[in-house]
Design a protein around this ligand. Structure first.
Ligand code: MN
Ligand code: MN
Length: 408
C-alpha cells in the first residue's frame, strides 16, 4: 500500500496504518500539505500525521487574515472514548474534552435493535436529534402525566430537567442519536439510574414503599446499574400506551427535518426553538444545509454561545474575537464546533457535497444578527464612510437576511 513519508515523496509500506485510505489512491493524487506559502513557512521534515494535516488545511496554513490567539473551538467525536455495552455504545464531548464548552455538552449514542438506555433522570435538560434509525421514548412528569412516542431520522426530543425517561432502539436496526445537554459539565456516567437506586435502598424500605413483602425484591439485577441493555423490541406505540394515563400537555418530540425550510441562494435553514417546539425551553437550534461553494453568511448571535454538530460534508469556520483576534478551524462529519458569545463568524462549504450541521444554543429562542443586513439598514454615508466601500458593494447590500449565500 501507499503512504506518504515525512517529506514529499511517496513510499510503499507492507504493513501498518492508512491502508484503507491509501488503497483508493486519493492520497496519491493530493500533494502532501506543507506549512508554507509564497515567501513564508517551510516544509515539515519532522514527525507528523499527514492524515490529520489533510483534514486541517486552515490550521496548517492559516488564512493570512488569522491573527492572535483563540481557545480551541473544535473537538471530534472520533477523539472521544467510545464505551461499549452489549447492545450499543456511547461517547461524549463535555467541558472536559472541549474546554470552552461550559454551556453545552454532547453525547453520541448507538442503541442496537431492542437496546435500552435504562430508565433514568438528570439535572440537565436533554435535547436530542435522531441521526439514524428509529427509537421509542417514554417519560413521566411531576404531575403524573406521561409520554410515549416514536422518533426517526431528523426528529427531536426534549426532556426537561429532572424528568425521568427511557430510550429504546426499535427495528429493523436500532438507532443512533445526538444528545445535547444544557450544561457543559454534564457527565453521561453520573445520571440517576433506576437500577442503581434500587440497589441502594434497604429491602424493608422497598417493601414499605410499594406495599409488598420484602422477598419480592430478591431478584434485583446485580451489579446494580444496567445502563444500556437488551429487551425485546416492543410492539406498536399504541400497544405501549398506559390505560388511564393522562398525556403531558406539551409534546416531547418534534419533526425538525420535516419543517419547511428558509430557502436562500446557497442552501436552507430550519429553526426550532420554543416558538415551534414549546417544551424546549433551554435549547434552541438551527439545522443548516450549505451547497458546495456556499457560505453561512457573516453573522453573530446576540443571546448566547453557539455549539455545533457537523452532520455531513466538510467546511471551515472563521471566528472573529475582537481586538484583532481571529482564527479559522476545519470541520467534518462527527465534529463539534463552538463559537463563544457574540463573536462574529462564517461557515464555508469547502467540499464538493452539501455541508449539513446543527447550530445549538442554550436559550429558549433562536437569534442571529446579519452583518449584511446591519450594513444595508444603516445610512449609506455612515457605512461607506467607515469602510471606503464603492457603489458596487453599497448597491449590492441586501436588506433581506440571507442566512446561506451561494458561491457565485
Ligand atoms: Mn437522559
Ligand atoms: Mn452562528
Amino acid at each position: 500500500m501507499t503512504i506518504f513519508n515525512r517529506r514529499d515523496a511517496l513510499v510503499t509500506l507492507t504493513a501498518g496504518g492508512l491502508a484503507a485510505a491509501a488503497s483508493t489512491s486519493a492520497f496519491a493524487q493530493e500533494a502532501v500539505p506543507q506549512p508554507r506559502r509564497a515567501g513564508a513557512g517551510g516544509d515539515d521534515p519532522g514527525p507528523r500525521s499527514v492524515a490529520r494535516d489533510l483534514q486541517n488545511p486552515d490550521i496548517l496554513n492559516q488564512p493570512i487574515t488569522d491573527s492572535g490567539t483563540l481557545p480551541n473551538l473544535r473537538f471530534s467525536f472520533a477523539d472521544a472514548p467510545t464505551k461499549q455495552y452489549s447492545v450499543g455504545w456511547t461517547r461524549q464531548i463535555t467541558v472536559r474534552e472541549l474546554g470552552i464548552s461550559k454551556m453545552v455538552a454532547g453525547v453520541d449514542m448507538r442503541l442496537n435493535a431492542g437496546g435500552v438506555r435504562e430508565m433514568h433522570w438528570h439535572k440537565e435538560g436533554e435535547w436530542a436529534y435522531m441521526l439514524y434509525g428509529n427509537a421509542r421514548i417514554t417519560a413521566v412528569d411531576a404531575d403524573g402525566r406521561n409520554f410515549v412516542g416514536d422518533v426517526g431520522p431528523g426528529d427531536l426530543w426534549y426532556f426537561p430537567s429532572g424528568i425521568p425517561h427511557s430510550i429504546q432502539g426499535l427495528g429493523p436496526d436500532g438507532c443512533e442519536f445526538l444528545l445535547v445537554f444544557d450544561d457543559g459539565g454534564f457527565d453521561e456516567d453520573s445520571t440517576f439510574v433506576v437500577t442503581d437506586w434500587f440497589k441502594h435502598i434497604p429491602k424493608s424500605v422497598l417493601a414499605k414503599n410499594f406495599g409488598v413483602d420484602a422477598k419480592n425484591f430478591d431478584n434485583l439485577p446485580s451489579p446494580g446499574e444496567r445502563y444500556i441493555f437488551n429487551l425485546p423490541i416492543p410492539g406498536s406505540v399504541n400497544s405501549d400506551r398506559i390505560a388511564g394515563a393522562k398525556e403531558v400537555p406539551l409534546s416531547l418530540t418534534h419533526r425538525m427535518a420535516a419543517q419547511d425550510p428558509i430557502k436562500t441562494s446557497g442552501g436552507t435553514v430550519r429553526i426550532t426553538d420554543s416558538k415551534n417546539f414549546p417544551v424546549s425551553k433551554t435549547i434552541a437550534a438551527a439545522l443548516v444545509e450549505i451547497e458546495p461553494g456556499g457560505l453561512r453568511e457573516l453573522h453573530w448571535h446576540p443571546n448566547t454561545d453557539e455549539w455545533q454538530y457537523y452532520l455531513e460534508g466538510s467546511g471551515r469556520m472563521g471566528v472573529f474575537a475582537a481586538n484583532g483576534h481571529s482564527r479559522t478551524f476545519d470541520y467534518t462529519a462527527g465534529d463539534v464546533g463552538y463559537v463563544p458569545f457574540a463573536m462574529g463568524h462564517y461557515i464555508e462549504n469547502t467540499g464538493d457535497k452539501p455541508l449539513k450541521f446543527l447550530e445549538i444554543f442554550k436559550s429558549d429562542y433562536y437569534a442571529d444578527v446579519s452583518l449584511e443586513q446591519w450594513l444595508a439598514l444603516t445610512p449609506p454615508e455612515m457605512v461607506s464612510g467607515h469602510l471606503n466601500l464603492n457603489n458596487t458593494v453599497m448597491n449590492a447590500l441586501r436588506k433581506e437576511k440571507q442566512p446561506v449565500v451561494s458561491g457565485t
